[in-house]
Design a protein around this ligand. Structure first.
Ligand SMILES: [Zn+2]
Length: 63
């Protein structure tokens, strides 16, 4: 299992990223739940889980 931390480049939200290479994932994209910026494209070779750990401050949310 791989663990890592990712930060959304647009709004600054922080995520804990877990990759379970022993499990099959699904193809698709993960978008930041705060600002909808695509953070990663999944090819389905592993199960990837994102968990929001740091809420961005409201002041940084500008279009
Ligand atoms: Zn974001």
């Amino acid at each position: 299992m791989k663990k890592g931390d990712t930060t959304c480049p647009r709004c600054g939200a922080g995520f804990r990223r877990l990759e379970l290479s022993s499990k099959q994932g699904t193809e698709g994209e993960y978008h930041c739940p705060v600002c909808d910026t695509p953070l990663e494209v999944f090819d389905g070779h592993a199960l990837v889980i994102y968990r929001l750990t740091i809420q961005p401050s409201i002041g940084t949310l500008k279009a």
